[in-house]
Design a binder for this molecule. Structure first.
Ligand code: BG6
Length: 467
C-alpha cells in the first residue's frame, strides 16, 4: 500500500459512481488495512451537512459494498469523513483539507478524485489551483476525458497549467480488472499463444460488453454522453490495446503506454458506415431524458488496426444498456484450417470457428473451444471446450475491485494501468468521423441483443453471444 497518510478529496461525492464504487472501495481499503491512515473530504453541488453526508455514505455501503459492513469498521470510517458543498468555494475547501491534514501529520499526501462529468472537470481543476491544493497532490480524472478531440486537447492543456503530468492519473477502471491484466500475463508469460497472435491465424476479434442495467439515476450524465463516449472510446478501446499491442520492453508504465499508443496510432478512423447506433424503446420516456433524444444507449462497430500484425483483421465491438444479458467478453476467432477433409454434415464449422475467449468478470475466466470427435462410429464432430476459472484455483484470496486497485496505484504514484494524454487524444481523433456524422439511432426492445442490423454488420461472421 501507499506509505503516506492520504487526504482524499472526492469531487462528485454524492454521485452515482461515488456511491456505487468509490465510497465502498475506500471503505474496504481502509478497513482491510491497505491504507496507512486517511481522511475523505466529500465535495459536490449538494448543500449537505456532515451528518447528511455520513448518512448518504452509510446507505451507499448498505446498497453497494461487496462485503458485509461491520459496525466498528463503519464507525471508524465515518469519523474519517468530512464534507464541503461547492458553494463554499476555495476557502471552505482549503479549510477542510487543512483540518484533515492537521489530523494526519506533515507526511500526508492528497489524492483529488474528480468523479464528475466532462463539463465539470475544468472548474474543479481551477478550484484546486485557487485553493492552493496542488503540491503533494495527485489528481485522478474520470472518463470520458473530454467529449471530442478539441475538448480533450483543451482539457489537457488547461490541466497542465495547474498540475504536472506526473501528478495526473486518467482512470479507466476496465484496466484495473484482474482479467485485463491477465491478458498481458497470458500473452507474454507463455510460449504457446503469442506465435499465433496475428493476422495469419486470427480471423477476427469481438469485444462484447452487453449490460442489463438501465440508466439508474444517471440520465443527466448519460444524455450528454451516450454509449460510444461512455464505453467505447474509453473501456473497449483500452482493452483492445491490451489485446493488440506488441510486447513492451518491460512492464513499466512508459513502455506499456508506448505500445498501447502505437496501437491507437495504427487504428483506422471509425467509419460511420461500420457503426450501428441503437436506443432502447422507452428511453425517451425516462425522467430527465429529452423526448426526442438521439443519444445512443447501444453501439456496435467494426474497426481496424492497420499495422503489420493486424492489417485486414476486423475488430467487432458491442455494448449497450438494457440488453438481454450482462457479459464482458473478448473472443478471438481463429481462421479456418487451409483444407477440410471432413465430409459435409460431419459438423465441422457448424458451430462457428474455434475460439479463445476471455471473460472480464471480476475473477478471470478463459475458455478455448475447438472441434473434437464425438464418441461412436463414423466421424462426427462437436464443439468442445477447455475452461479455466480463477475461482476454481483457490487463489482468489484478496481480489481487489478494479477501482480499489487503481485508487491504491494512484496513491502510490504508479501509472501503469492508467491512460495517457496522447492515447486519449488519438482515440478522439479516430472517433471524429463518427462524432461528426453519426448514423441515426435505431430502436431496439429492452431485453434484446440490440437493433437487427447488428447481424449485417458482422456478416459473414456471427456474434459469439449468446453462448
Ligand atoms: C462505467 C460506465 O464506466 O462502466 C457505466 O459509465 C457502465 O455506464 C460501467 O455500466 C460498467 O462497468 P463494470 O465494471 O460494471 O463492467
Amino acid at each position: 500500500g501507499p506509505r503516506h497518510p492520504q487526504v482524499v478529496v472526492l469531487f462528485g461525492a454524492t454521485g452515482d459512481l461515488s456511491r456505487r464504487k468509490l465510497l465502498p472501495g475506500l471503505y474496504h481499503l481502509a478497513s482491510a488495512g491497505f491504507l496507512p491512515d486517511c481522511r475523505i473530504v466529500g465535495v459536490s453541488l449538494d448543500e449537505l451537512d456532515l451528518a447528511a453526508f455520513r448518512a448518504l455514505a452509510r446507505q451507499a455501503l448498505a446498497d453497494f459494498a461487496s462485503r458485509p459492513v461491520l459496525d466498528d469498521d463503519w464507525e471508524r470510517f465515518a469519523a474519517r469523513l468530512d464534507y464541503v458543498p461547492l458553494s463554499g468555494g476555495a476557502p471552505a475547501l482549503r479549510h477542510a483539507v487543512d483540518t484533515a491534514e492537521a489530523a494526519l501529520g506533515e507526511e500526508s499526501r492528497r489524492l483529488h478524485y474528480l468523479s464528475v462529468p466532462p463539463s465539470a472537470a475544468l472548474p474543479a481543476v481551477r478550484l484546486l489551483g485557487e485553493a492552493g491544493l496542488v503540491e503533494r497532490s495527485r489528481i485522478v480524472m474520470e472518463k470520458p476525458f473530454g467529449t471530442d478531440l478539441t475538448s480533450a486537447v483543451r482539457l489537457n492543456h488547461e490541466l497542465h497549467q495547474v498540475f504536472a503530468e506526473e501528478q495526473i492519473f486518467r482512470i479507466d477502471h476496465f484496466l484495473g480488472k484482474e482479467p485485463a491484466q491477465n491478458i498481458l500475463a497470458f500473452r507474454f508469460a507463455n510460449g504457446l499463444f503469442e506465435p499465433i497472435w496475428n493476422r495469419n491465424f486470427i480471423d477476427h476479434v469481438q469485444i462484447d460488453v452487453p449490460e442489463t442495467l438501465g440508466l439508474g439515476q444517471r440520465a443527466a450524465f448519460y444524455e450528454q454522453t451516450g454509449a460510444y463516449r461512455d464505453m467505447v472510446v474509453t473501456h473497449l478501446f483500452q482493452i483492445l490495446a491490451f489485446m493488440a499491442m506488441e510486447p513492451p520492453t518491460s512492464l513499466e508504465p512508459v513502455p506499456i503506454s508506448e505500445e498501447k499508443n502505437k496501437v491507437f496510432r495504427s487504428m483506422l478512423p471509425v467509419n460511420p458506415e461500420h457503426v450501428v447506433r441503437g436506443q432502447y424503446l422507452g428511453y425517451r420516456e425516462e425522467p430527465g431524458v429529452d423526448p426526442e433524444s438521439e443519444t445512443e444507449t447501444f453501439i456496435a462497430l467494426k474497426c481496424y488496426i492497420d499495422n503489420w500484425r493486424w492489417a485486414g483483421v476486423p475488430f467487432f465491438l458491442r455494448t449497450g444498456k438494457r440488453l438481454a444479458e450482462g457479459q464482458r467478453i473478448i473472443s478471438i476467432a481463429f481462421r479456418e484450417p487451409p483444407k477440410s477433409m471432413f465430409p459435409p454434415g460431419s459438423g465441422v464449422g457448424a458451430q462457428g470457428p474455434d475460439h479463445l475467449t476471455f471473460d472480464l468478470a471480476d475473477a478471470s475466466k478463459m475458455s478455448l473451444s475447438f472441434y473434437g470427435k464425438r464418441p461412436g462410429p463414423g466421424m462426427r464432430l462437436d464443439k468442445l471446450s477447455l475452461q479455466f476459472a480463477m475461482r476454481d484455483t483457490g487463489l482468489l484470496g484478496e481480489v481487489l475491485e478494479a477501482y480499489e486497485r487503481l485508487i491504491l496505484d494512484a496513491m502510490r504514484g504508479d501509472g501503469t494501468l492508467f491512460t495517457t494524454a496522447e492515447g486519449i487524444e488519438r482515440l478522439w481523433q479516430v472517433s471524429t468521423p463518427l462524432l461528426e456524422a453519426p448514423p441515426p439511432v435505431r430502436l431496439y426492445q429492452a431485453g434484446s441483443w440490440g437493433p437487427k442490423s447488428i447481424h449485417q454488420l458482422i456478416a459473414p461472421h456471427a456474434w459469439r453471444l449468446p453462448f
